[in-house]
Design a protein around this ligand. Sequence first.
Ligand code: F6R
Length: 624
Amino acid sequence: MCGIIAYTGKQTASTVLLQGLKQLEYRGYDSAGISVLSRGKLRTWKAAGKLEALLHLLPTKISGKSGIGHTRWATHGAPSDLNAHPHSVTVSLPDDQNRSNNPESTVTISLVHNGIIENSEQLLQQLQDQQLQPQSETDSEILALTIASIKSQQSVSLLEACRLALLQVHGTYGIAAMEPDSSDIILARNGSPVIIGIGEGEMFAASDASALSRHTREVTHLEDGELACLTPDGYQVQSLNAQPSIKTAITLDVQSINHQLGDYAHFMHKEILEQPATIARTLSGRLDHRFNTSHLGGLNLDARELLDIKRIKLLGCGSAYYAAQSGADMIESLARIPGDAEPAAEFRYRNPLIERDTLYIVVSQSGETYDTLAAAREIKRKGGKLLGIVNSVGSTIAREVDGGVYMHAGPEVSVASTKAYSSMLVVFALLALQLARIRDLSPQQGAHIVQALEDLPQLIEETLAQEEMIKTVAASYADVSSAFFVGRTSAYPIALEGAQKLKEISYIHAEAYPASELKHGPLALISPTTPTLVVLPDNDLLEKSLSALEEIKARQGPLIALTNSPDKRIPKLADHVLKAPQCHPILHPMVMAIPLQLFAYHCALALGRDVDQPRNLAKSVTVE
Ligand code: F6R
């Protein structure tokens, strides 16, 4: 998703900005640009494509110690040089204004913007009434022109012009803006993260802490409805109502945000292979052998409050939603509390009933996904009990929920989620265990699960050891144009995530269905060129799932079985078998995710795809 970087201080601004943009690349983007204040003038370069395209445009030396930069992920208008940010706009002063006090008779500003201006059509109409016309197709340029127009008409500071313009805006924004002859940077936030980095005689800002971590560990987060003015010597924050805000700086845990590729070809591969360690971190200190249970300290709910919970509602987007489906299943089967998962964006817009004895849990790797954040706010607004399961420490969702659990999976850089997904599942297993042991799960059953979770990193290690075999199977399917993933009950969310991984990074069309649904429609599409991957955990439904294999086989559909069952009929029916280790049923989603991640990764590699930054996708989706 779009990324912002801003700098004012003593270093060469272009160097700081380009380093920052490099750090932000992982978020996914389609164009990039910078504006630098050089000898009193704003100079802007921007280009569609990857950062290399921008670097080709830049002169070898750019003087100037203040500037803003951006990586864009298109929302309004296609990826193009013109639509790239920063948007540098110039507005002439109205004829009746006293030009003797304004010798240049024009106002220029440069702006970068993350988010979506929902009333851009209305703002455009106002601009057109003043004979102002944007050059690009973006809502962001409309905002830039609106700010410049207010500044020219009212002769106010850039900070005040931004404030007055933003009072007219409906939508989401994180912005950084500047003007000629001033090294000040103006920032504002509503729904899109903006973090101020505090240095000595220099100040930074970014939409993502990872872009700041090489320069400073002291940061403060802008909250929604706040604006800031950065100078090399400090910063001031105020509300949209022009009331000063007092901010407290916090120290970043650099370990938790820094990411290095090391010797790996791709972050996705690195993150898949890291899972024994990341899962061990998610589990660390949370298993209790004495009472055969788990302890998630951050829940901020005591045993009595946990006992009062009658229902659990899990909310997330994309892979977090699929993990939530597995989580609901774990909670319901282990703790016998009705649980269900729903896409966060849909939940929010259907005027949901919020119940006093329901526990609402939002799940997010980034902690910045706008749809999930908006659902969380809706629940809070209606008085619901809200927890978060979040990976990114200090992120907006983590700061806004009443309590919750950090995944501790470390920074996830690849757009396709792998280690965060498995850590979400581990947190759900821990939560299910804690809730179940407060209810009627026996100490003996609890002990089995504690032991199973302790063994999980080793089981993941064993599954990863099959990479070469999975790579060979993946290579033989990489040329298909469509694939199905099926599973029954608890295996269905696993199939959903398998299809998600494949389509995201290989661009092969992949759909997941409950295996029982095949005969109600999708079977029409089974053919010798359409493979089906069947998720077959070793459980009571194996017999039923085998009949799905028979149905597909009868239609000459190629079959890949992903299983941890020793049943001898499976290798006879399936063309290929991907093996997962036998384990407690609560661990099935975790161990079965691994072969699916490797399968997608090797299909994408065989096709020469941009694995870490797949087309059209972004790491942290901070727009609606
Ligand atoms: C899939 C993927 C996305 C995210 C989704 C939610 O590989 O990465 O589907 O899972 O955008 O993101 P978070 O978890 O950051 O809220």
